[in-house]
Design a protein around this ligand. Structure first.
Ligand code: GDP
Ligand code: MG
Length: 258
């Protein structure tokens, strides 16, 4: 892994804010500069890291030219692997908070401040669609799976979550100390499974309504069939996990280990 040299003065000065904005990016050369500029204008005291995950276009150069630090992974790890690397970097560097923002312009950097405020009462804040803001719509089986998943996750986590697959989320140092060492790398595991993991670690999770924008350029990385299949698989796994009772140990019973 290589990390571009920081602009030392500006970097050290901005550490006072102790917020790292992370943009996982795969082939986002057309949109990343605009997103970097927007984040820097909304969060001038934050540091910004683009995790370029084996892009075949000029994502890394464009991001660097726009003023971001760039972590270049030697080959594609997926969003989970990229975020794990970013969380580890943030943990080692001593950041207090990390916010993940899409590099395609779909998340509005103006909302980062609202997520930050909600972090006073939680360890993880999810920027959520379907919570009263915006008109982003998903239809068909994907929508049903998302509703089922939202209901199941809300029950598991103990707080209403309308959008557990949102990648727009902020974590504090407590959550960072979990995610820096244990973060799901599987396909889409960075969203739902990451919340289950956090809940199991007794971290407090909440959401803030956000409006999702259209992609500014490029193409979505997810294939609709693959992501619907993933959602159904996760819903099944989570429902089974909730339904499963704790094993009953009968008095006097022993477990034999061969
Ligand atoms: N690091 C990394 N980022 C990725 C990968 N796939 C997608 N992304 C980024 O993750 C963000 C969300 O991806 P996107 O395809 O827009 O997903 P969607 O918004 O759920 O349709 C964007 O910034 C992508 O560039 C990947 O394999 N590695
Ligand atoms: Mg997107």
């Amino acid at each position: 892994m290589t990390l571009a040299a920081p602009a030392q003065g500006a970097y050290r000065e901005s550490r006072a804010a102790s917020l790292l904005v992370v943009l996982p990016a795969l082939n986002e050369a057309e949109s990343v500069a605009r997103v970097v500029a927007e984040v820097l204008s909304r969060q001038p005291l934050a540091d910004l890291l683009v995790v370029d995950d084996g892009s075949t276009d000029r994502t890394a150069e464009v991001a660097r030219a726009a003023g971001a630090r760039v972590m270049s992974l030697p080959f594609n790890l997926g969003v989970g692997g990229a975020m794990r690397a970013a969380y580890r970097f943030a943990y080692d560097e001593g950041y207090e908070c990390v916010v993940q923002v899409d590099a395609d312009g779909q998340h509005d950097p103006a909302d980062i401040a609202r997520l930050h405020c909600a972090l006073d009462e939680a360890d993880i804040v999810v920027g959520a669609r379907f919570a009263g803001l915006g008109d982003y719509a998903v239809r068909g089986p994907r929508r049903w799976a998302m509703c089922l998943l939202a209901a199941t996750l809300s029950r598991l986590v103990g707080t209403p979550l309308t959008d557990p697959t949102s990648g727009f989320r902020m974590v504090n140092r407590r959550a960072l100390s979990l995610y820096a060492f244990d973060f799901p790398e599987e396909y889409l595991g960075d969203t739902v499974e990451a919340l289950v993991l956090a809940s199991r670690a007794n971290l407090r999770i909440t959401q803030v309504p956000v409006a999702m924008r259209e992609r500014t350029a490029g193409t979505p990385s997810q294939n609709a069939f693959r992501s619907s299949a993933y959602l159904l698989r996760v819903v099944t796994a989570v429902v089974l996990a909730i339904a499963r009772r704790a094993p009953i140990m009968r008095p006097g019973s022993t477990v034999e280990v061969a």
